[in-house]
Write a new protein. Structure first.
Length: 83
């Protein structure tokens, strides 16, 4: 189930939407089906890992479930400091 970027031809709204197979997306603003699928922008090389680690730190600080053991976390953080 990929996430796509869309531009509504009717009202001009740009939005992202999770699309299931066989589903016809509608504009969340005006409910129009006149949508143009857009090319999504990607994160610059080298930034994706930093963004992922930042989100992981925020989740850990908020007490969300984390599947890494303390020793695994130490290894991951040590590896990032050497880069």
């Amino acid at each position: 189930m990929p996430i796509f970027d869309y531009h509504c031809q009717a009202c001009g709204t740009r939005f992202e939407l999770l699309v299931r197979s066989g589903q016809s997306p509608l504009c969340p603003q005006c409910q129009s089906a006149e949508l143009e699928k857009c090319v999504s922008r990607i994160a610059p090389a080298g930034k994706i890992e930093a963004i992922r680690m930042a989100h992981r730190r925020v989740a850990a600080a908020q007490g969300h479930f984390d599947h890494y053991s303390p020793s695994d976390k130490a290894k991951l953080l040590a590896g990032k400091k050497n880069i």
